[in-house]
Design a protein around this ligand. Structure first.
Ligand SMILES: *Cc1c(COP(=O)(O)O)cnc(C)c1O
Length: 459
């Protein structure tokens, strides 16, 4: 077969199938789809030199399938059976149902985002979350920006531009996705002043480099690693005392920042913004979509005068949160103030609070459903598993969990993984010791693990 035996775009557009499609899509979209399908056939002919030329009607049918999968699809939904509760590549925290309601309402209807309804004058966007943030952390003031990286950028740009920021060598973190603390400081126009060593830094190391050029002392939470063994780090109280003696701010990038003591729910403890504020930190930054369990945001709490300075920085306008985030964030923070049963209302906390027994029950149920749904070559059982919080909380701690192990006669584990990934929604597990595992920790319902297919493009 040669390239000339392929039907022309016009020939495909003239088919009955194309006429039906044109009732629901524009001619431009259909033409694009036909070109894509024809390109695929052309490449196939060029690479293999063989194959049967498709009829114009076949190309039209394939174009319909392409439109269905490529153009009418949402952001691809996935089931998170990786065992990592807050997975950055999967969008981190699921949002609480009440927060989703608020978000949807804000999307549908106008809201007083920047209008003071008492006076009728212009209001402050952050006022909708400032009080809640302050109350929940014991700080004087609070505000929100796009994410924690933006929060840090804003703090350094506002308080230490063209001045030195003192950071311990044990805390020069890279979070991933090109977030490296030294680079962020440089972009914010500050000069990094490293002190101490990777494993030991003392308060004297900080005081030795303090000068008129110092803009602030920064402490960063080592989110994704742990320095263990022969280590030393000054306490927050010591650093706060040193900073205040010299009249400079002490800032902490807390990373995840849980608003509640996670040990209450059986999970490993994470430092809270409240304890940082109590120890004398002037500004604490943390993420909205990590342990807090809300939408993506960077939260800042601390001294009223410093937060006011940040609000006045023109960068704030570029980093501000939109109304949907604001609505979801406010609703999530409100849950922390009012809910009598947080793990039921906040999915992230609910996942962390799951007991081994409830995970075992879910795993048994899921294994049963998978045995029914999959052909006999699949071998399915349940095993103990280790899940993690993810997104930089407790990098070395694991939570005991349960997983369904799926093996297939004649397949490697990565083939089983791609079989589950091809489902819609994609079911994502992890490979451990040569086996494909589906961890139940962050899976809402057992039935979610059963892979469903949608029609894919016939090639
Ligand atoms: C996750 C993290 C960040 C980045 O936060 P984003 O909200 O993803 O921008 C910064 N610092 C620390 C310590 C973190 O753990």
């Amino acid at each position: 077969m040669n390239l000339r035996s392929l039907p022309s775009v016009d020939a495909v557009l003239a088919t009955r199938e194309a006429a039906t499609l044109l009732e629901s899509v524009s001619r431009a979209v259909l033409t694009d789809a036909i070109r894509t399908v024809l390109d695929r056939h052309r490449n196939q002919i060029l690479s293999s030199g063989s194959g049967e030329a498709p009829s114009a009607a076949t190309v039209a049918t394939k174009a319909a399938a392409w439109i269905a999968t490529e153009l009418t699809r949402d952001l691809p939904a996935v089931v998170n059976a990786t065992g990592v509760v807050l997975h950055t590549n999967l969008g981190r925290a699921p949002i609480a149902p009440k927060a989703i309601d608020s978000l949807a309402r804000a999307a549908r209807e106008p809201s007083a985002v920047e209008l003071d309804l008492t006076t009728g004058a212009r209001g402050q966007r952050d006022a909708h979350v400032a009080r809640l943030l302050a109350d929940l952390t014991g700080a004087e003031a609070g505000m929100a920006v796009n994410n924690n990286a933006a929060a840090l950028l804003l703090v350094v740009d506002s308080l230490a531009s063209r001045r030195e920021v003192i950071v311990s060598r044990g805390e020069l973190i890279e979070i991933g996705g090109a977030f490296r603390l030294p680079d962020v400081l440089r972009r914010a126009g500050a000069v990094l002043r490293e002190v101490g060593t990777t494993n030991r830094t003392r308060v004297e190391d900080y005081s030795a480099v303090l000068s008129r050029r110092t803009g602030l002392i920064l402490r960063a939470h080592p989110s994704n690693y742990r320095v263990e063994g022969f280590t030393e780090q000054p306490s927050r109280t010591e650093l706060a005392a040193l900073a205040h003696e010299h009249g400079i701010p002490f800032v902490e990038d807390l990373g995840s920042g849980a608003l509640v003591d996670l040990s209450t729910y059986g999970a490993p403890r994470e430092p809270t913004p409240a304890e940082a504020i109590r120890a004398g930190v002037d500004v604490v930054t943390f993420s909205g979509d990590k342990l807090l369990g809300g939408p993506q945001a960077g939260l800042l709490v601390g001294r009223g005068d410093l937060i006011a300075t940040l609000q006045k920085n023109p960068l704030k306008r570029a980093l501000r949160v939109d109304k949907l985030i604001l609505a979801a964030l406010r609703a999530t923070l409100t849950l922390y103030r009012t809910s009598k049963d947080l793990p039921t209302e906040l999915p992230t906390l609910g996942f962390l609070a799951r007991t081994e027994q409830s995970l075992e029950e879910l795993a048994q149920q899921a294994a049963g459903l998978l045995r029914e749904a999959l052909p006999g070559e699949f071998e399915i059982d349940t095993i103990p598993s280790e899940s993690e919080i993810g997104s930089g909380a407790q990098p070395t701690a694991t939570l005991p969990s349960r997983a369904v192990r799926v093996r297939h006669d004649g397949w490697e584990a990565d083939q089983v993984a791609s079989f589950f990934r091809a489902a819609s929604p994609a079911v994502l597990g992890r490979i451990s010791q040569g086996d494909f595992l589906l961890d139940l920790r962050a899976v809402p319902r057992a039935a979610d693990l059963v892979p469903h297919r949608i029609e894919t493009i016939p090639s």
